[in-house]
Design a protein around this ligand. Structure first.
Ligand code: NAI
Length: 256
């Protein structure tokens, strides 16, 4: 078996200064990767970086709005100059705006699709040259996209979010097929309901919250750190022949 260790690799986790992104970043750093988290908030970046550097001193934090294509390109240039080519890209940053479909504004639709789908594509394309460059680490390139249960199920108030996350699944498969000859593996994780800022309003709504618990075989929300095991596996050389897979980490929700 190939190792699950990520020593000498460089990973980028978008939106990695909190929530699921930080849970995954901690797992990658613990496995030995130099992790670069990106976010828009300097104070949140600094707090998360303190945690990560205790696990792997080479971790970094960069300010980057992933809706800004120029900023994404600058990010990968900077990472290459300071740490070397990116081996692992985790496309985690995302937003949800809950509105009945008949009331969604064009600005909100664009904000969700631009952040959750369009930016993810540009991150993949802009990282492509680095991901296929194994000259430094010898590690095949890995992309891990964060999808959603709404990639599978419809949500009455999240048509834009469902569209974006459904698109993530198909884009993951398309890139997996296109880039398999380049030795880049592209997979997605479907997190179940996870305890983060994004789900706080749901957790504060007793009927909605109870309904989710009843619908989740594990009977609880997951914690961000519970995504780390799947991410480390997909980022590792143990997954060199695993590509185009959509892996639920959801307490059994999608099995029911
Ligand atoms: P969160 O709100 O705690 O984290 C989202 C992160 O994305 C934040 O750090 C935010 O600053 C960043 N972000 C948003 N727009 C950005 C932009 N334009 N540029 C840079 N960073 C940006 O939410 P959570 O729950 O940690 O979500 C992470 C990912 O997991 C998202 O893609 C979300 O859709 C997905 N997800 C979350 C689930 C949950 O139950 N929490 C379930 C399924 C998927």
């Amino acid at each position: 078996m190939k190792t699950l260790k990520l020593d000498h690799t460089v990973a980028v986790v978008t939106g990695g200064n909190g929530g699921i992104g930080l849970g995954i970043a901690k797992g990658l750093a613990e496995a030995g990767a130099a992790v670069v988290i990106t976010g828009r908030d300097a104070a949140k970046n600094a707090a998360a970086l303190q945690v990560l550097q205790r696990l792997q001193p080479n971790c970094r934090a960069e300010i980057c709005d992933i809706r800004d294509r120029g900023a994404i390109q600058q990010l990968f240039r900077q990472v290459r100059e300071t740490l070397g080519p990116v081996d692992i890209l985790v496309n985690n940053a995302g937003i949800a705006i809950g509105t009945p479909p008949e009331d969604i504004s064009e600005a909100d639709w664009d904000a969700v699709l631009d952040t959750n789908l369009k930016s993810v594509f540009w991150c993949c394309q802009d990282a492509f040259a680095d991901l296929q460059d194994q000259s430094v680490s010898g590690h095949p390139g890995k992309i891990i996209n964060i999808a959603s249960l709404y990639s599978i199920f419809g949500g009455a108030r999240v048509a834009s979010y469902s569209a974006s996350k459904g698109g993530i699944v198909q884009m993951t498969k398309a890139l997996a097929v296109a880039w398999a000859p380049n030795e880049i593996q592209v997979n997605a994780i479907i997190p179940g309901w996870i305890d983060t800022d994004m789900t706080q309003a749901v957790q504060d709504d007793p009927p909605f919250y109870k309904n989710i618990l009843a619908r989740t075989p594990a009977g609880r929300f997951g914690q961000p750190e519970e995504l780390a095991g799947a991410a480390v596996f997909l980022a590792s050389q143990s997954a060199n022949f695993v590509t185009g897979v959509i892996l639920p980490v959801d307490g059994g929700y999608s099995a029911g």
